[in-house]
Ligand binder design. Structure first.
Ligand SMILES: Cc1ncc(C[n+]2csc(CCOP(=O)(O)OP(=O)(O)O)c2C)c(N)n1
Ligand SMILES: [Mg+2]
Length: 632
């Protein structure tokens, strides 16, 4: 009977939408509500090791928020400005801790807002649990306010496990399965909780036919391939004369093992963007990132190798991999679904990166030092000179490459660097030299704008003793990152190390796409879609209590970074950067270059400067060296 009363109260007098609930009354209700479905949910998540939940409230989920309030000593609730940001935070928290990320939102618009952040987690294989409220069961199907079919909404992104609670005693196994499946399959799961149920008394499942009796806990197994398969892989790797390694996020816990294997095989190694922190960039055989945002030495590594070892990566662009038939190949991945996806592998190994490489090592013969690695080292030496020259090219007023170039040597040890999607991802990928102990990430698979600041916030909550730097375009800043500065302003005093620098590339342009229009489509910049307003980001930061620094002179960049990294509070470093410096791939193809030239003929507004910069930076060598390969 108590349950029925609960739902009547929600639907009537006590509905939060009606605003009748006084604080005292709510407190009294909270007291007698101990032991509700909401309380059990929080308790069970705590048992699962959850200590932080990112989200935003609403009356559809207030029964859980009351419980979070009662359990403040167990789980910290972190309030984002927007549910999508909370989901990005949960994804990034999982990335930076290896733990389950949890986000929470109300019914209807709160739940729909979560979606992009959840896809970010899904595409980057992060374990995230989304908790969403729902209208009271009595009204479901009634075209009720804020009623959205959440099972349908979450069915794709949380396809691994999405359930709507229909009776309190069901909750235990819903939580247990949602947490375990997210962790074990590194996927997104979702629980939908009708608000009338959240306040009902929780009871453990009765011992009767039909009940489910689940338990807490998951430990990842140590997965190592069969000995015979390891031998087949070792045979291929031992026969190779020019071995290339490609690492991704799946190798993040295997730095020592990758280095040992690479040294044994005298291999070079390129990094997919999400694997940027797998290997430090000061090793003379690490060619940096690969792909559209990659380096020329990575390109040379892939085009020149005769053997490929791919570890923990779903790197998407096959055109940056060896040509089919060029290299014999071995892949290691914990997920069978990711095997032989971008290149037909001769041996597919399902296993943990570190454990599998450890098991491989005794089977690998030491190769003699050779020309292959010397060539890579030479390519790299040349490349760093090229990058520095590109970064130091004069621009109007500041060359964006130089922003990252000047940051790189100044990054404190153990720094965590995040980037948004936009042209700054190029400079993040190429110009930041990662050192051992650092972390770095961005929205990889989804490549969504708007992730850098929520990622930085999650990084601070994951490791509040580590300095954090976020690189963000002005478009992404305006989209939603600006609002999340308010979240930084709200929480930074809780962090042991206040160092959190958000660097905005103010080019008044959606520059990455402007260049895609030019280079990929052969169109001129579409001013109506590409130009964006000038906003004084550093002054906004100052208004909300952060430190603001503005730079429009490249000579001041170094000092500005020093000041930002040493500040006693989070900093917004705004740099006025030149939108006419092209964020082109390491080797654009000849046809792309032709398209690009055509765009200029079609009436590009700033034709003079575009041509000057492009010619200076990349176009001339591309046109010379790639005419042949493009016509193959
Ligand atoms: C949510 C979302 N919308 C659109 C895009 C397409 N997109 C990728 S980069 C970019 C431009 C980003 O502009 P800005 O943040 O100013 O960075 P810039 O490239 O100018 O440095 C756009 C529109 C995207 N990746 N994500
Ligand atoms: Mg921009």
């Amino acid at each position: 009977m108590a349950r029925d009363r609960g739902s009547r109260e929600k639907a009537g007098t006590f509905g939060a939408e009606t605003g009748f609930v006084s604080q005292d009354l709510q407190a009294a209700k909270d007291l007698i509500m101990a032991g509700t479905v909401g309380d059990f949910l929080v308790e069970r998540l705590h048992d699962w090791g959850v200590r932080k939940i990112f989200g935003y409230p609403g009356d559809g989920i207030n029964g859980v928020f009351g419980a979070l309030n009662r359990a403040r000593d167990k789980i910290q609730f972190i309030q984002a400005r927007h549910e999508e940001m909370a989901a990005f935070m949960a994804a990034a928290y999982a990335k930076f801790t290896g733990e389950l990320g949890v986000c929470i939102a109300t019914s209807g618009p709160g739940a729909t807002h979560l979606i992009t952040g959840l896809y970010d987690a899904l595409l980057d294989h992060m374990p995230v649990l989304a908790i969403a409220g729902q209208q009271a069961q009595i009204g479901l199907g009634g075209h009720y306010q804020q009623e959205v079919d959440l099972l349908a909404l979450f069915s794709d992104v949380a396809g691994a496990y999405v359930q709507q609670l229909s009776t309190p005693s069901q909750l235990r196994h819903l939580v247990d399965r949602a947490a375990r499946i997210a962790l074990a399959e590194r996927k997104v799961t979702a629980l939908i909780l009708p608000n009338d149920l959240q306040r009902q008394t929780y009871e453990d499942p009765p011992r009767k036919h039909g009940s489910v009796h689940s338990g807490v806990g998951y430990r990842a197994p140590r997965v190592v391939p069969a000995e015979e398969d390891l031998r087949r892989a070792a045979d291929i790797l031992n026969r190779g004369r020019k071995v290339a390694i490609l690492v991704g996020a799946g190798a993040l816990g295997a730095t020592d093992e990758v280095i040992e294997v690479a040294d044994r095989l005298q291999a070079g190694a390129a990094k997919a963007l999400l694997g940027k922190a797998v290997l430090p960039d000061d090793l003379p055989w690490v060619t940096g990132t690969i792909g559209l945002l990659g380096t020329e030495p990575s390109d040379a590594l892939m085009t020149g190798c005769d053997t490929l070892l791919m570890i923990g990566s779903g790197f998407p662009y096959a055109e940056f991999m060896p040509r089919e038939g060029q290299a014999r190949a071995v892949q290691i991945d914990i997920s069978p679904a990711m095997l032989s996806l971008r290149y037909p592998m001769e041996v597919n190994l399902v296993g943990d990166a570190a454990a599998t490489l450890r098991a491989l090592l005794p089977l690998l013969r030491q190769k003699a030092d050779g020309v292959w690695r010397d060539g890579i080292a030479q390519d790299l030496a040349d490349w760093w000179i090229t990058l520095e020259a590109r970064a130091m090219q004069p621009a109007n007023p500041v060359n964006p490459q130089r922003v990252a170039w000047e940051l790189s040597p100044r990054l404190p040890d153990r720094a965590i660097v995040t980037s948004d999607s936009g042209s700054c991802a190029n400079w993040f990928a190429r110009d930041i030299r990662i050192r051992r102990g650092m972390m770095a990430s961005l929205s990889g698979g989804l490549a969504s704008m708007g992730a850098a600041v929520p990622y930085a916030i999650a990084a601070k909550f994951a490791h509040d003793d580590r300095p954090v730097v976020a690189l963000v375009g002005d478009g992404a800043m305006q989209m939603n990152n600006m609002a999340e500065l308010i979240t930084i302003a709200k929480y930074w005093r809780q962090w042991r190390d206040p160092c959190c620098v958000v660097c905005v590339f103010n080019n008044q342009d959606l520059n990455e796409v402007t260049w895609e229009q030019r280079v990929m489509e052969g169109d001129p910049k579409f001013d109506a879609s590409q130009s964006i307003p000038d906003v004084p980001y550093h002054r906004f930061a100052e208004l909300i209590g952060l430190k603001g620094i503005f730079v429009d002179d490249p000579g001041q960049l170094g000092a500005a970074w020093d000041e930002a990294l040493a500040a006693d509070r989070p900093v917004l470093l705004e740099v006025r950067t030149d939108p006419e410096v092209p964020p082109l791939p390491p080797h654009i193809t000849f046809s792309q270059a032709v398209n690009f030239s055509r765009s200029l003929l079609k009436g590009e507004p700033s034709i003079g400067r575009v041509l000057a910069n492009t010619a200076r930076q990349v176009l001339a060598p591309v046109l010379h060296s790639h005419q042949e390969s493009d016509h193959d």
